[in-house]
Design a protein around this ligand. Structure first.
Ligand SMILES: Cc1ncc(C[n+]2csc(CCOP(=O)(O)OP(=O)(O)O)c2C)c(N)n1
Ligand SMILES: [Mg+2]
Length: 276
């Protein structure tokens, strides 16, 4: 498992953000802003020494699992997996093209290394609980991570899952909420305001941290702390910006959410220049 330094992780996150923009602009569709907000956490998971995996052995029963429950943000997952060696950057440039296995939502039947077919929001945490429970029953010590969206938290199934993870004392499970403040139809606080998440999820028996999720230092610190907890499930409320770090460009376009819209070639060029 790669374990990059903090500076290397910051650079890797830039590489991943550049790929997100390139592949969605090439596709002419997809969810760049949902992917950009999550890029620091996903980069830290794959490259910060938090997940044991081998692209040559995607079905290794002892591998750590990552489930992207907010499946529409798969450009961030495909980009991280390409960098990790599961497939090439040329491959992911076929995103959303007819016949490509790099579909608009992750498909575990077509891409080894994808742990769950997601996209129908609300299901990933339940799937993660299944993996975590199976690990305990089988006596394996892998860890399962699940990333959810803040809009996705409106789904009732998520709260059933939160309740059951504590029942089974799943210390091998970490949920990460990418709290980027927006969902499809607007600001999350206007659609259904479920924040603060931390006290609610603590009341369900979880260990919870709320962090600045676009700050790599904070992300790494939180993931380390989460791995130090073994007797209860852990949650990281990752407060991010949808579209980070190119929000000013999106504001200038009159749509800071920019949900499910690829960047035009011109906007992509401006975004790549900001990312550096
Ligand atoms: C069950 C279900 N309902 C509706 C949708 C359509 N949909 C796709 S993305 C999205 C918004 C998700 O918002 P959030 O979870 O905050 O993710 P973000 O894009 O902000 O990262 C919705 C409603 C879906 N994919 N699944
Ligand atoms: Mg959101």
């Amino acid at each position: 498992m790669p374990e990059l330094s903090l500076d290397e992780l910051k650079d890797k996150a830039k590489v991943i953000r550049r790929l997100i923009i390139r592949i969605t602009t090439e596709a002419g569709s997809g969810h760049p802003t949902s992917s950009l907000s999550a890029a620091d956490v996903v980069t830290a998971l794959y490259f910060g020494g938090f997940m044991a995996y081998d692209p040559q052995k995607p079905h290794d029963p002892d591998r750590d699992r990552f489930i992207l429950s907010k499946g529409h943000a798969c450009p961030v997952l495909y980009s991280a997996m390409a960098e990790a060696g599961y497939f090439s950057t040329d491959d992911i440039m076929t995103l959303r093209k007819l016949g490509s296995p790099w579909e608009g939502h992750p498909n575990m039947r077509r891409l080894p290394g994808i742990e769950a077919s997601t996209g129908s929001l609300g299901q990933g945490l339940s799937l993660g609980i299944g993996h975590a429970l199976a690990g305990k029953m089988d006596g394996r010590d892998y860890h399962t991570y699940v990333m959810l969206g803040d809009g996705e938290m409106d789904e009732g199934q998520v709260w059933e899952a939160l309740a059951s993870a504590h029942k089974y004392a799943l210390g091998n499970l970490t949920a990460i909420i990418d709290q980027n403040g927006y969902q499809q139809t607007g600001a999350t606080k206007d659609v259904l305001d479920l924040t603060e998440f931390q006290p609610k999820i603590e009341a369900f028996g979880w260990h919870v941290q709320t962090i600045a999720g676009n700050d790599m230092d904070a992300v790494v610190t939180a993931l380390k702390a989460a791995r130090g907890i073994s007797d209860q499930p852990t949650c990281i409320v990752s407060q991010t910006q949808k579209g980070y770090p190119v929000v000013p460009l999106l504001e200038a376009e009159g749509d800071p959410n920019y949900h499910g819209k690829p960047f035009s070639k011109k906007l992509a060029e401006a975004a790549l220049a900001i990312i550096g």
